[in-house]
Design a protein around this ligand. Structure first.
Ligand SMILES: [Zn+2]
Length: 161
């Protein structure tokens, strides 16, 4: 069958930045299983998978607006060091912060005398991503999976009811 909304899809994928640097790959581990149409994947990849079937392979470049969005300079902010209390903060560290937009991953860019410069942009924001994808399996989702918005794998990994 072909990939469409409310199918459960298994893929192997490798994703790289436009300069060829590998960011992530499923190939050294378990393939990725997801419910198509649940926005588990970035929009550009869901769009590209639509209509594909088991055995299909493709390579695609996905622009930021269909991936993790553009970078927003206003999300780079100086936070008083005192807000980190006893925490040992270093550039490159990431942490979860509660913001007006909900929980967000924030990365520390710089630490100086009084301030910590943090970046609330998604680490992949502003990047065109190159995906190399192989479709391993496509099946219809069960009603329960559709209701939950995610697949239930045979071994139930990562999910209990
Ligand atoms: Zn569930």
């Amino acid at each position: 069958m072909n990939i469409a909304k409310d199918t459960v899809v298994t893929i192997h994928f490798t994703v790289a930045s436009s300069d060829g640097t590998q960011i992530d790959s499923s190939k050294n581990g378990e393939p990725m299983v997801f419910l198509q149409g649940s926005h588990f994947l970035i929009q550009g990849l869901e769009d590209e998978l639509d209509g594909k079937t088991t055995g299909d392979k493709f390579v695609v470049d996905i622009a930021p607006n269909l991936a993790y969005g553009e970078r927003h300079d206003e999300l780079v902010q100086a936070v008083p060091k005192s807000m980190f209390e006893e925490m040992d903060v270093n550039p490159g560290m990431t942490f979860r912060a509660t913001t007006d937009d909900g929980e967000q991953s924030v990365m520390i860019l710089e630490v100086n005398e009084e301030d910590v410069i943090v970046d609330g942009n998604h680490p992949l924001a502003g990047m065109t991503l190159n995906f190399d994808v192989e479709v391993l399996d496509v099946r219809e989702a069960t009603e329960e999976e559709i209701a939950h918005g995610h697949p239930h794998t045979e071994d139930g990994s990562g999910h209990t009811h």
